[in-house]
Design a protein around this ligand. Structure first.
Ligand SMILES: [Fe+2]
Ligand SMILES: [Fe+2]
Length: 286
């Protein structure tokens, strides 16, 4: 294991952000802000789905180090869910249709839990954990993706990115412990990746469209949409930079730590110092 996942209970003060900023917190425009917001609407339910799918296989893991990593993974994902709940409340209170979109996410993931077997559910988690690991790497390494953004939301995305990097191999290692490294295991994880990635991105873009439609302050011209196009598909764009690491997932011997990006984890020290929860006041006994 290259990095030990650590559960950190931080408070970003998202509830103190002016609600008017829900669609304007990103300097590259409203469509970019709502693209991030759309991903956030997936997270609380998505993280619960990840926890559920990994927990199912916990008993099959013998390695005590991996067992401890699973516990930390669950703790981290639960914290991410909680902070993204605060973030999503900001979107709701701005009068945007976050509640309906979250309800739809819950129904969709509930359906997957009820109708798919545990190995398929874990493979979906693997695919989405690879997506979040690629996203996390870029959020920490590519300044143009968050520079100039509202500081509390920027910090929340960066903290989430650090912890996604720390635990990027946990679900993968559980999968290998349960299913090995043979052809069947390879076929299952890669075929699910091919199905899940376009579906996930299509959902994020559809959510973004709903948020844009409901946002009365949305831009009327095309300038911000062109910027959004650059944000996703430009030379330093989010999706452009995901092509290479995305294809790496198809290597038969792939492992998330083939890309050793531990140097990016240092960002957490500053975040933990700035957003640590204040200690509870000591109660004096009379
Ligand atoms: Fe997470
Ligand atoms: Fe994760």
């Amino acid at each position: 294991m290259q990095a030990t996942p650590i559960r950190r209970d931080l408070d970003f003060g998202i509830d103190r952000i002016d609600r008017k900023l829900a669609g304007r917190w990103h300097p590259r425009g409203v469509p970019v802000a709502h693209f991030y917001n759309a991903m956030s609407l997936f997270f609380p339910e998505g993280e619960r789905f990840f926890i559920h799918s990994v927990r199912h296989f916990r008993e099959r893991v013998a390695d005590p180090e991996l067992k401890a990593a699973i516990t930390a993974f669950i703790g981290q994902e639960a914290m991410h869910g909680r902070e993204h709940d605060h973030y999503n409340q900001l979107i709701r209170e701005a009068g945007l249709p976050a509640e309906a979109l979250e309800r739809y996410t819950a129904a969709l993931l509930g359906w997957l839990k009820d109708h798919l077997g545990p190995s398929t559910q874990l493979s979906i988690t693997l695919a989405l954990e690879h997506f979040t690991a690629m996203l996390a790497h870029l959020l920490l390494a590519e300044p143009t993706l968050l520079d100039g953004a509202e500081p509390k939301l920027k910090a929340l995305w960066r903290w989430h990115a650090v912890e996604e990097t720390e635990h990027k191999a946990v679900a993968f290692d559980v999968y290998q412990a349960a299913f090995g490294r043979g052809a069947a295991a390879y076929a299952l994880r890669t075929s699910l990746f091919v199905v899940v990635m376009p579906l996930f991105l299509a959902h994020v873009l559809a959510y973004q469209a709903q948020l844009m439609k409901a946002d009365e302050q949305r831009p009327r011209g095309v300038r911000q949409w062109l910027e959004f196009g650059r944000f996703l598909g430009g030379k330093r764009g989010l999706l452009t930079q995901m092509i290479k690491p995305g294809l790496a997932y198809f290597r038969p011997g792939f492992h998330p730590w083939d890309d050793d990006n531990r140097e990016l984890l240092g960002a957490v020290e500053e975040l933990a110092a700035a957003y640590a929860k204040p200690a509870a006041p000591i109660r004096r006994v009379a």
